[in-house]
Design a protein around this ligand. Structure first.
Ligand SMILES: [Ca+2]
Length: 154
């Protein structure tokens, strides 16, 4: 009898974990300020941990070559949970993704994209999926806009 109960309990756990599979879709948008066209500039969502950009080949790279003042990027679902930034970079080796040797041309805007497995992960107030954390408890959990990027002085 106990064995049957245990199996039933396991079954319900499996069912409830199923319901959290499938990340809600999300996109981040913002304005681009001060960038010059014709510099082979691209946009990417890049891991950012402990003050450093992560270049490990596992992060999805989302590219938009049309620097037309503003941007909207669909955020990937097949990346590890953690903290990310959108960057503008010059693709020095023309391989279509950000990697060592490419120059980041956007300033740190003080915001992090936070991808979490469940509500409240990483920072209090986050919701399952993608969020924008701006250093305060006022976290954007649904509409991920105003992630503006400004060019560094060159
Ligand atoms: Ca590159």
């Amino acid at each position: 009898m106990k064995k049957i109960l245990a199996v039933a309990a396991l079954g319900s756990i499996a069912l409830s974990s199923c319901s959290i599979f499938g990340t809600k879709s999300a996109a981040v948008s913002g304005q681009l300020k001060g960038f010059s066209p014709n510099q082979n500039l691209q946009l990417a969502v890049v891991g950012y941990n402990q003050g450093k950009y992560v270049v490990d080949g596992n992060q999805a790279q989302v590219i938009d070559k049309y620097l037309s003042g503003g941007y909207t990027l669909t955020l990937p679902r097949n990346v590890p949970y953690g903290t990310y930034r959108v960057i503008v970079f010059r693709d020095a080796n023309n391989n279509g993704s950000y990697d060592l040797g490419d120059t980041i041309l956007s300033k740190d805007n003080g915001k992090l994209l936070v991808y979490v497995a469940k509500d409240g992960d990483v920072f209090g107030g986050t919701k399952y999926g993608w969020n924008i954390y701006n250093g305060s408890s006022d976290i954007q959990t649904t509409i991920l806009n105003n992630y503006d990027l400004e060019a560094v002085m060159q």
